[in-house]
Each structure stands twice: as structure tokens, then as C-alpha cells.
Design a protein. Structure first.
Length: 378
């Protein structure tokens, strides 16, 4: 799954574990890494030496102020490789570029009408070339790409069930088509799963190793992270909590909000640009508030279901639904309000607004998925 030029080929599970720890905890010394991963200091020193020879780990300074020789801080080399993330629908293509540390290096958005996937693939390839050129990064340093879209997986790969948003893109091998267009390997993933990996890798400021990610986009999705890894389930559909709320009722989704506002006579922007939508929402506060009175209890019931099944320490509320709306929906997610839950009560997990540092969390998550997939300890 990697470009052959990178030093990432043939890494052991112990190498991968150290890379994972440094991505979350850098800078860190050899002694601190040994304590975190349970290996002896001698073993960590040997592994770090091998990673430094490969150009994956570098020294970042010396720490003074304690007895004995100064500790040498270590970090990942951001130039060890770059990951491209993609999220697309019929209206737009979002691209993000992460370096090996998980730092956002650039974003690119393209608006058009993307009814056929051949058009999408060509647009993504052109956008990737423009993004790499703008950031001064060679295409040869791209270690892979992730493509996030609203899909469900079937029991036999690579068969996919595409949501209505992208249903006309069915019938082709999306990963192979994009791989040919980009010249690197491509991972296709559900957008909620990708966003959860993005949260784990570059968000999640409280460093929860287990959480539920409620993804509110055009539809409703969800993803489960357990002990620092995405739990995909038997065929990849774990966390699909939106299936509990049929489309015949009000749903806390972008499609539902757009339909409500349109019926109220609000002029809507084409596509789902967050800044444009925040402007529209600010100009129609009464319509938005009436929608929240309908959608808020439904969002609370979804969070309550995740809490009842998983008992997670935290539930992140992410997705493409505008941040102001997601923040307002969090106000409904109080598990001590039994009237919302037919008298049932649960312990309250932390309900947190996703603060992914990118315009599109699924695109960033798709890039993070490449880093996570290629260097996750077994």
C-alpha cells in the first residue's frame, strides 16, 4: 500500500507502535517511549536508531533541568511521507494534505457538477496536482490517498452501497480508478469512519482512546473507536446509527435542514460550503430554531443509543452540518432528561464538538486514515 521509495516498507509492529506514540505524544525521549510502550530502554534505543536511519524519526532538542545527562527529545520527520485525503459529492471535491506528523499542510476545494465518476477522478487528479504544487511537495512523496464518501459495505469486497448523494457513481471500482488517476494506492472508506480516524489522529484534545463519533452530514452516520483503533465490525458498518432513524421522520441531517429551510422560503446556496451556510443560517434564526426544536430530540436519542450500547467516555459530534447547528444540537444531549428517553436514564458521557482543523473533516480524516492504516500497531 506504499510508494516503494519511502522508508516505511517492512516496518515491524514495534516500529509502528513507536511511530503511533510519537504522532500523539511528541516530543518524547527514549525513556518516555519505553515507559509508554512497555519495551526496555535498550530495545527502544535500537528501534529508534533504525527509524532514524530510515528518515522517519529525528531529534528535536535536548531537555535540561534534571539529574544526569540531558534527555534527547524525538519527533517524527514531517517529510517522511504525505497523505492525501478526499471527500466528494455531486457538488464539490475537497482535498486535504497531511504530512507524516499529521499536520495539515494544505486544502483545496473544487466546485462543479460531478454526475459521473470519470469526471470526479479527473478533477481529483488535477486538484491533487495543484495542491502538491502549491505546497511545494513532490508527487513522489505521496504515500497514499484516502477517499471518504457516504457508503455502506457489503459482505463481499469491493462491493459498496452508495448513499443517494453519490448513487450515480456506482458500478465501478472506485479505488482502482482513483489509484490509476493519482499514481498511488487508495483506501475507500465510509465518511463517518474516516472522520473518526481524523478525530483520533489530529483532533481529540482530551486524548480519548475510546469514543463514539456521531457524524451529521447529508445523512447520519457514526463510527466506533475502541482502544485507539477504529472498530469496523464484521463487514465494515459498525456505528451506522443513522439506520435507526428512518427518512420518514425528522432527522438531524444536512438534507433535512436544507429541505426545512427551503420549505420556509429561505434561499439556499448551491453545495455545502460551511461559510456560505453559516451566513444563511444567521439570516434565518427563527426557521433554524424551529428546526432545532424538531431535530434536537432526535439527535439526543441517537447519542443516547450510542451511550446505552457502548458506554463510551466521550461522544464527538462531527460532520459537514454547520458547526453552529451541531453546537446547538449538543445542548439537547442531556441524558438526565428522562422525558426524551421514555423514562430511561444513563450516566452522561462527555459530549464534545469535533474541532478538526480543516474545512472538511471527512477529507482530513481520509488522509489521517492513510497514516493510521500504514503505521498502526497490530
Amino acid at each position: 500500500m506504499l510508494n516503494e521509495k519511502t522508508g516505511l516498507i517492512g516496518l515491524s509492529g514495534s516500529h509502528q507502535r513507536l511511530i503511533h506514540l510519537l504522532r500523539r505524544s511528541a516530543p518524547a525521549s527514549r525513556a518516555e517511549l519505553a515507559a509508554l510502550c512497555g519495551l526496555t530502554p535498550a530495545a527502544v534505543s535500537m528501534l529508534i536508531h533504525e527509524l532514524m536511519v530510515r528518515g522517519i524519526v529525528v531529534e528535536s532538542g535536548r531537555r535540561q533541568g534534571h539529574r544526569g545527562p540531558p534527555q534527547i527529545d524525538l519527533r517524527l520527520s514531517p517529510d517522511a511521507g504525505y497523505a492525501l485525503g478526499i471527500h466528494a459529492d455531486y457538488y464539490s471535491v475537497y482535498l486535504t494534505l497531511l504530512d507524516f506528523c499529521g499536520t495539515l499542510r494544505g486544502e483545496h476545494q473544487i466546485r462543479n457538477s460531478f454526475a459521473t465518476f470519470d469526471n470526479v477522478a479527473a478533477t481529483i487528479a488535477g486538484g491533487a496536482e495543484a495542491l502538491l504544487s502549491r505546497t511545494g511537495i513532490s508527487a513522489a512523496d505521496l504515500i497514499g490517498a484516502g477517499f471518504a464518501l457516504p457508503i455502506r459495505f457489503r459482505s463481499t469486497e469491493p462491493a459498496l452501497d452508495l448513499a443517494e448523494d453519490v448513487g450515480r457513481w456506482g458500478g465501478i471500482d472506485i479505488a482502482a480508478t482513483l489509484s490509476d488517476a493519482l499514481g498511488c494506492s487508495v483506501i475507500v472508506e465510509n465518511d463517518a469512519n474516516a472522520a473518526a480516524i481524523g478525530e483520533l489522529t489530529v483532533g481529540n484534545p482530551e486524548h480519548h482512546e475510546s469514543f463514539f463519533h456521531l457524524y451529521l452530514g447529508s445523512g447520519i452516520g457514526g463510527a466506533v473507536v475502541l482502544n485507539g483503533n477504529l472498530y469496523r465490525g464484521a463487514i465494515g458498518n459498525a456505528g451506522e446509527i443513522g439506520a435507526l432513524r428512518p427518512r420518514s421522520i425528522c432527522r438531524p441531517s444536512f438534507d433535512d435542514l436544507a429541505a426545512w429551510l427551503k420549505a420556509d422560503g429561505v434561499v439556499l446556496p448551491q453545495g455545502r460550503d460551511p461559510d456560505e451556510w453559516e451566513t444563511v443560517l444567521a439570516a434565518a434564526p427563527e426557521s433554524v430554531e424551529r428546526w432545532l426544536q424538531r431535530a434536537g430530540p432526535e439527535a439526543a436519542r441517537l447519542a443516547f443509543a450510542a451511550g446505552a450500547i457502548l458506554d463510551p467516555p466521550a461522544i464527538y459530534i462531527g460532520g459537514t452540518l454547520p458547526k453552529s447547528v451541531r453546537r446547538a444540537l449538543i445542548g439537547w444531549m442531556d441524558f438526565s432528561r428522562p422525558a426524551l428517553f421514555d423514562g430511561a436514564t444513563l450516566g452522561q458521557p462527555r459530549i464534545l464538538l469535533s474541532e478538526i482543523p480543516a474545512t472538511n473533516s471527512a477529507a482530513l480524516g481520509a488522509a489521517a486514515l492513510v497514516l493510521h492504516h500504514m503505521t498502526s500497531p497490530p
